[in-house]
Every structure is written in structure tokens, then in C-alpha cells.
Design a protein around this ligand. Structure first.
Ligand code: DX5
Ligand code: ZN
Length: 212
């Protein structure tokens, strides 16, 4: 049994059939679902928001892994918490006060993640590693699904792992497929986000199995 957590990103799912698409990845073995929230400011794209998280929560018990690609995430933490997110990951680059955001997420009883963009150095996240549950290493520029994996970014994984407490989850997001998944897990990642690789595959189970 592999201990790798697979988090299928619904950004590449069929939004007209979101319930079916989420149930399908659950049946295919996923325990988490990755929800990409974009505001058109922090990233040059707009995706989904609080009402969609709320609707998803009503239909599934899966672990809702919420990736906030938004400016001033602290403004929206309460809303996403109440909508039913289980984990809230915000971007280190999106806030002036990461400690405040961490404490706010914890005050709602949620798990906390911090993500870093490709140009942000691994060491920038060191001051927070003991206070959070997950680090999300972006292996593409956030904003769009279906981009090519950036190998250099994956080299941050061992640097973070070396400085992190034992139970920190190290997640990667962007360009993950059967080959890049292996690169990341061999470097120490234990959670993989995959959007297009899973949802553009006819057989979700086979795609998920190929990642672990
Ligand atoms: C990109 C998002 C990703 C995206 C990944 O900004 O954070 O979660 O869905 O898509 P793929 O797996 O297609 O690179
Ligand atoms: Zn994401």
C-alpha cells in the first residue's frame, strides 16, 4: 500500500457534471479532492469560489483540499471554512501576514497549507514549517491546468523535507503525470495534485493507479 495522497483537481473536470466527476474519482480510489480557487488578480484566471465548495460539501465526505490562489486570503478564510473546506492552502506570496492567516485557519478547526510559486525559494517557507500541516510546491505557474512540469521546482522538495517536522505533508501541483509523479515522490513528496492527467484520461482508476 502506498502512502501517497492523491488529490484530483476538479479544474479539469466537466463542471456541468461535477457531482458525477467527484464521485468517479472517489470510486477510483481518491480520498481527497483538490479545489482551485482563482481570483483574476493573484493569478490571471478566474475559477470557482465559496458557493461551489458549499455545494460539493453537501454531496461528498471526501477531504476537501482547497487551494486559494487569491490576494489577501485572510479575508475569505472564514467563508471557505464555513463552506466546508477541510484544508485551506494559501499562497505565501499573497499575504503580508502569513502567521495571521495560519492562526485564522486553525481557529476554524481546519488544516493549514502554504503554497509557494515557482520563483519563491524553499527557504522562505522555513519559518512556518512547524505551524502548518502541508506545504504545496507549485511545479507550474499557478493559474491554469494542463501546463508542463517545471523540474527545477521539484528540487525544492528535498530542501523542505530536510527542514520539516516528520509529519508535514509535502504536496506538489502542476504538470503531474505518471512520470513526473515518480520524480516528486522519489524526492520526498507524499501528496500529488493532478488535474488533466486524471480527468483527461478515460479511465480515472488507471490514471490514479499510475501515479502511486
Ligand atoms: C494550477 C492549479 C492546479 C491545476 C493542475 O494553477 O493549481 O491544481 O489544476 O492542473 P494539471 O494537473 O493539469 O497541471
Ligand atoms: Zn491547485
Amino acid at each position: 500500500m502506498s502512502n501517497i495522497i492523491i488529490s484530483p483537481s476538479i479544474l479539469s473536470a466537466d463542471f456541468m457534471n461535477l457531482e458525477t466527476e467527484i464521485k468517479a474519482v472517489e470510486e477510483a480510489g481518491a480520498k481527497w479532492v483538490h479545489i482551485d480557487v482563482m481570483d483574476g488578480h493573484f493569478v490571471p484566471n478566474i475559477s470557482i469560489g465559496v458557493p461551489v465548495v458549499k455545494s460539493i460539501r453537501k454531496k461528498t465526505d471526501m477531504f476537501l483540499d482547497t487551494h486559494l490562489m487569491i490576494e489577501n486570503p485572510e479575508k475569505y478564510i472564514e467563508a471557505f471554512s464555513k463552506a466546508g473546506s477541510d484544508l485551506i492552502t494559501f499562497h505565501l506570496e499573497a499575504t503580508e501576514n502569513p502567521k495571521e492567516a495560519i492562526n485564522l485557519i486553525k481557529s476554524f478547526g481546519k488544516k493549514v497549507g502554504i503554497s509557494i510559486k515557482p520563483k519563491t525559494e524553499a527557504k522562505d517557507i522555513f519559518p512556518y514549517l512547524n505551524d502548518i500541516d502541508l506545504v504545496l510546491v507549485m511545479t507550474v505557474e499557478p493559474g491554469f491546468g494542463g501546463q508542463e512540469f517545471m523540474h527545477d521546482c521539484a528540487m525544492k522538495i528535498p530542501v523542505i523535507k530536510e527542514n520539516a517536522p516528520e509529519n508535514l505533508i509535502i504536496q506538489v501541483d502542476g504538470g503531474i503525470n505518471n512520470l513526473t509523479a515518480k520524480i516528486c515522490t522519489s524526492l520526498g513528496a507524499n501528496s500529488l495534485v493532478a488535474g488533466s492527467y486524471i480527468y483527461k484520461n478515460k479511465n480515472y482508476k488507471e490514471a490514479i493507479t499510475n501515479l502511486v
